[in-house]
Design a protein around this ligand. Structure first.
Ligand SMILES: Cc1cc2nc3c(=O)[nH]c(=O)nc-3n(C[C@H](O)[C@H](O)[C@H](O)COP(=O)(O)OP(=O)(O)OC[C@H]3O[C@@H](n4cnc5c(N)ncnc54)[C@H](O)[C@@H]3O)c2cc1C
Length: 350
């Protein structure tokens, strides 16, 4: 590990000025990702500016009924917050599906959004990786690709974004509040993370010195339900093979014929960013859910999205898995079918 300067910022503008002034400086929050990278040699910042004492640790209700989540709110506090549990269950469920209790006690909202890929080649400095060392090549192509992308990848990078929380935020149409050297701006979550293209070293649209200060959630809409499901190799303490976050609004009485007024679906574990399944959403909006037949509709909607999928040799199972998981999450939200659907379970396992 290379020596570095350490300072603790007490106000956001001073933190931004300190990082912006030094090309090799970075923010340090809970340290659960960055400190690992210092040890592994994946990152070697000249200076760290600790943001954990900034006054950004509150969850506050906004005048429009939405929520403002400070960047240093810990993942465990956010998951347990009564307003999050009551109004945004998808977010609470996604947070609780991530890491472990101890890690969630340390991890922050800002750090979680900005955590880097778990691609084994990115984390192994003895291998070529365009994300770690631009222009060096991609060892995952032709390598071990079980956890890699099936959507939106490029010839330069097939890594996936690891955050569970960000997948829920994508489905919730969250907005990221950023303070930069030129002032404050708001970035929709869907535009915050990037696809790799020919610059996979850039995970997000942030520029050097930009500080995430908060994440804003819109007020929950009327009669909506939401949920998150994560499929992984172990029951806990493992990153998603695939995950699905969904927010669903229905017209019509429970138990009767219901119509999809609106739906928002985001997938994790399949791309370099939380993947908003807009084609699947479009296929479902306005559809009437016939009792007993809804799951076939949900699977067909997922297939509409998956026409763009380009699986690698080791991860073709992900398309069937994300289709089945999408149907299971939406099925649970509509009360249609049951978790014991053997077809979906078999598909999830493959
Ligand atoms: C064993 C293990 C298992 C895990 N499992 C999961 C899992 O299943 N699901 C999951 O989602 N996550 C998982 N994680 C990842 C964990 O959630 C992240 O490490 C954590 O959320 C990062 O938050 P942090 O505050 O510790 O960030 P840090 O490590 O402090 O920082 C991470 C990055 O964010 C930047 N940063 C931090 N705050 C800001 C800010 N306010 N503005 C701008 N930049 C900022 C830092 O410069 C750094 O680049 C796991 C981690 C470990 C170690």
């Amino acid at each position: 590990m290379r020596p570095f300067d350490y300072t603790r910022a007490t106000d956001p503008a001073a933190a931004v000025a300190a990082v912006a002034a030094q090309p090799g400086a970075a923010y340090l929050a809970g340290g659960t990702n960055l400190v690992d990278h210092l040890r592994l040699g994946v990152a070697a910042p000249a200076a760290l500016v600790d943001v954990t004492r900034l006054p950004l640790g509150e969850v506050a209700e906004r005048p429009d009924g939405g929520l403002s989540i400070g960047a240093t709110v810990r993942n465990s506090d956010l998951a347990a917050h009564p307003l999050v549990r009551a109004r945004y269950p998808v977010l609470s469920q996604a947070l609780l599906a991530g890491a472990s209790g101890q890690l969630r006690n340390a991890a922050t909202t800002g750090g979680n959004l900005l955590q880097r890929t778990r691609c084994v080649y990115f984390q192994d400095t003895t291998t070529a990786c365009n994300k770690r060392t631009p222009g060096s090549g991609c060892s995952a192509l032709g390598g071990w690709t079980r956890h890699h992308a099936v959507l939106g990848a490029s010839e330069h990078c097939v890594a996936v974004h690891p955050s569970d929380m960000a997948v829920a935020l994508a489905a919730l149409d969250a907005t990221v509040v950023v303070l930069g050297p030129e002032g404050e701006r708001r970035v929709p979550l869907g535009e915050f993370h990037r696809l790799p293209g020919d610059a996979p070293e850039r995970d997000t649209v942030l520029r050097h010195g930009d500080l995430v200060t908060a994440v804003e959630l819109p007020a929950p809409r009327r009669e909506s339900g939401s949920g998150y499901r994560k499929i992984r190799d172990r029951a806990s303490f493992a990153f998603a093979l695939v995950s699905v976050a969904a927010v669903l609004e229905l017209d019509g009485p429970p138990g009767g014929r219901r119509r999809v007024r609106d739906v928002r679906i985001a997938w994790g574990g399949v791309a370099h960013k939380p993947w908003r399944a807009t084609l699947a959403e479009r296929a479902l909006r306005g559809e009437t859910l016939e009792p007993g037949a809804a799951r076939a509709l949900f699977r067909a909607a997922a297939d509409a999205e998956l026409t763009a999928a380009r699986p690698l040799e080791g991860n073709a199972f992900k398309t069937g898995m994300v289709r089945a998981t999408t149907a299971a999450v939406l099925g649970a939200l509509t009360g249609d079918g049951h978790d014991g659907d053997h077809g979906e379970r078999a598909e999830e396992r493959r």
